[in-house]
Write a protein that binds this ligand. Structure first.
Ligand code: GDG
Length: 752
């Protein structure tokens, strides 16, 4: 049995007290709504025996001690409040979290403030969380850390507990690399390293996952393969988990007596008027000013709506100790006054504005009574209000107008999607929504409801926790062993027992060291003699699987009885046969790619382009290390965008970026040649990213022959074993021959 420890900046409630009376008050906010619903449901994971919520208390220790009634929570979880120094908390929360990360991650870089003291406080508070957690952790605990206030915590905890199961979820957008890189160097590196301490990192949308992976690649240089990242010898997964809502709670609220009563009050007050509704925390990201401008334009352009429509605008107080927030409040209230002053009649006011937190029954009644929900954030991680409005529509009518820049837009395609800064777009869509036929409203609602019902908050939590467990299992599988004496002896024994052995050997960086220029990496007599010797054994079949062009391969090895694979599988010469060209499509794509690579050659002294029949490669092995690496990230980025929807692929190789036809890789060709050869022993060795394709197909459980995949170097790999460097390759292969020919036994890995 495990304990689930939820860690978030704040606890999900405050304490109100009058005299000796202490009362819990639930905080508003997306995370609280979601997790509270999950804890109250009966569908938590079976193996979770206890739930604990750790967060900073916004009440004094004294109140907590008195309110002992809360020990058991009443919410179905234990509470661990953290009491921290007020000034420090202020610099961490209002400072770094909400005046650096919040504006930057929501694409408001001009609002970011950069005092060093903010980051220092952020480090300190993250450390406080770490200390508290470390003191309470048990071996089987599952730790789930939430949101941008605690980005350093996963790594801090990892350093204390190497085996801990740690999940991290970011509730706000992860911005594009161009925005993220605006952070000072230490901060941007520190935050990413911090998050990478987790085993599983969750985001709301595919875009945020991609942005994160790109930043990790560009800034930390981590290896990535789809959603798996390899960093400092650990495998980490980043994936999307679009948060769901408590669908039933909102859908069933229609029969709640309090809701029914409040609805009849609304009906009485607004009569037959159409209702437009919005509710958000007071925050510049929520786009309230542009929304008001859009509504004003709609009223100007549609005088026929006079006295027939009312906009119920509810703003929830938030972060009022940050100046930017107060300024916005004043500006919004002025704007509301202007619109009401301009359009009101003696019996009608177009905007009903409230600045308060609504009780649930009022919120729910307004969701149900609204003809239109107008939700137009300038950026929003997800936006639960949009989902709650859809779930509340028991009659399946009502129209959702939603910003295309909210995470929810990627799931709620049937909403009227608007650009939140385009007031004209907002005005047009208000008009469109108010005129939308009932049948169309229903068609759209039904589809959105079905989706929300299927992936509700319980599914969201369980999905995340299941994936976390899976990631842990995968990590164990991916653990790579250094090829040691014991493993070599085992390979030797197997070698001696078998009669149909197959060797798949990469060339550059494997048989010969990487040289300054590819033309310098010519095979010497030792390599040639070895290849001649190993291939002379009739029980052995050797294939050199290279990225080199066929002409060079033929010149160097054409006379030997071995198989040659050129350009990663674009052409092949099977042992004792002639060359076969496998890629037959036009190479016109090369002109555009060459032009871009040429720009990088100019910008990065020492780099050069290598052109092969089906491949263009930009080599940066001769450049200044940091510059070459940074430029290679940019080139990969540019090329990846350019080749979208084409049959090309970009390969991030060892000091080389290559582009070539997809579908012709070392993995595909490996399967092809092995299916013909039917061996009973396979040994595959390589050093590069392109060799990973061979390792993967050979390590795939569907491939039944006993295989030995060996990667040179310690970068992330799908291979079973690693060798420390290229110099170990020839001695190892020579030693294998000695297993049937003992006088060649001169290689002991432990002595290297
Ligand atoms: C962050 C991300 C992401 C709001 N006003 C009242 C009220 N609420 C409840 C809503 C909803 C929640 O608060 C707000 O959630 P959002 O998703 O809209 O926004 P954030 O609080 O900024 O949340 C966001 C979320 O995390 C989850 O990952 O979606 O993008 O910024 O549940 O119902 N509830 C009541 N009265 C109110 O006046 N009772």
């Amino acid at each position: 049995m495990s304990r689930l420890i939820i860690v978030s900046n704040r606890l999900p409630f405050s304490i109100d007290h009058e005299g000796d009376e202490f009362k819990l008050r639930q905080s508003s906010g997306g995370l609280v709504s979601a997790l509270k619903s999950y804890f109250e449901s009966n569908h938590t994971q079976e193996e979770i025996s206890e739930k604990i919520w750790l967060g900073v208390a916004d009440f004094p220790q004294d109140d907590w001690d008195k309110a002992t009634l809360m020990e058991s929570g009443g919410y179905g979880f234990d509470v661990r409040p953290l009491f921290v120094d007020k000034q420090l908390y202020n610099d961490y929360y209002n400072g770094f979290s909400n005046s650096v990360l919040w504006p930057l991650f929501h694409y408001f870089p001009t609002l970011v403030q950069y005092p060093a003291s903010y980051y220092e406080a952020y480090v300190q508070i993250n450390k406080r969380f770490c200390k508290e957690l470390a003191s309470m952790l048990r071996p089987d605990d599952i730790i789930w850390i939430h949101d941008y206030q605690l980005m350093l915590l996963p790594q801090m905890l990892r350093l204390q507990r190497l085996d801990a199961v740690i999940g991290f979820f970011l509730h706000i957008p992860f911005p594009s690399y161009e925005i993220y890189r605006l952070l000072p160097n230490d901060w941007k590196k520190g935050l990413l390293q911090g998050v990478m301490g987790a085993d599983l990192i969750g985001f709301h949308t595919h875009d945020y996952v991609q942005h994160f992976i790109q930043s990790v690649k560009m800034i930390l240089g981590a290896d990535t393969y789809f959603h798996t990242l390899q960093y400092q010898n650990r495998f980490i997964k980043a994936d999307l988990f679009p948060i769901g809502i408590d669908y039933k709670k909102f859908n069933n609220a229609a029969s709640d007596p309090e809701v029914v009563e409040y609805k009849s009050e609304i009906k009485k007050n607004f009569d037959e008027k159409k209702i437009i509704f919005s509710v958000d925390r007071l925050d510049y990201t929520k786009g309230i000013m542009d929304r008001l401008n859009g509504f004003e334009l709609f009223l100007e352009q549609g005088p026929q709506w006079k006295e027939k429509v009312v906009f119920v605008l509810n703003v929830v107080p938030s972060r009022d100790d940050i100046q930017t927030y107060n300024d916005r409040k004043r500006q919004l209230e002025e704007k509301i006054g202007t619109i009401n002053g301009k359009f009101s009649t003696i019996s009608w006011q177009p905007i009903i504005y409230r600045y308060q937190h609504l009780p649930f029954h009022e919120l729910s009644a307004l969701y149900q009574m609204a003809d239109v929900a107008l939700i137009t954030p300038l950026r929003d991680g997800m936006n639960l209000v949009a989902k709650e409005f859809v779930a509340s529509s028991y009659s399946r009518t009502g129209v959702l107008i939603l910003s295309e820049l909210a995470g929810a837009a990627s799931e709620l395609n049937e909403a009227l999607l608007v650009n939140p800064t385009d007031v004209n777009d907002i005005a047009i869509n208000i008009e469109r929504a108010l005129n939308m036929p009932l049948q169309e409203q229903r068609n759209r609602m039904v589809l959105m409801q079905r989706r929300l019902q299927e992936y509700d908050v319980v599914k969201w939590v369980n999905d995340f926790l299941d994936q976390l467990k899976e990631t842990k299992k995968e990590q164990q599988k991916l653990t790579v062993k250094t090829l040691d004496e014991k493993a070599i002896s085992a390979i030797c024994r197997h070698y001696a027992e078998t009669k149909k052995r197959f060797f798949l050997i990469d060339y550059d960086g494997t048989l010969v060291p990487i040289r300054r220029l590819p033309s310098e990496a010519v095979p010497d007599e030792k390599v040639k003699d070895f290849l001649a010797s190993i291939s002379s054994d009739p029980d052995n079949h050797v294939a050199i699987v290279s990225g080199r062009d066929a002409g060079t391969m033929e010149k160097w090895f054409g006379y030997l009885p071995i198989t040659l694979v050129a350009e990663h599988g674009s052409s092949i010469k099977m042992r004792n046969e002639s060359w076969q060209q496998l890629v037959t499509v036009s190479d016109q794509w090369k002109d555009e790619i060459r032009r871009i690579m040429q720009i990088f050659v100019t910008r990065c002294v020492g780099s050069f382009i290598e052109e092969k029949t089906n491949t263009l490669a930009w080599h940066y092995r001769n450049t200044q290390v940091d510059l070459g690496f940074a430029r290679s990230r940019e080139l990969i980025n540019n090329l990846s965008q350019l080749i979208q929807n084409t049959p090309l692929q970009v390969i991030d190789g060892n000091k080389v970026v290559e582009i070539r036809m997809a579908g012709f890789d070392k993995g595909t060709i490996t399967l092809r040649i092995l299916s013909e050869a039917q061996p009973d022993f396979v040994l595959c060795v390589g050093d590069d990213t392109t060799d990973e394709d061979m390792f993967k197909v050979l390590e795939d459980s569907a491939y039944n022959v006993r295989t030995y995949t060996i990667k040179i170097g310690n970068r992330g790999t799908a291979a079973k074993y690693t060798l420390p460097s290229q110099q170990h390759v020839m001695p190892l292969l020579t030693r294998l021959q000695s297993c049937v020919n003992p006088q060649k036994a001169n290689y002991k890995i432990d002595k290297q």
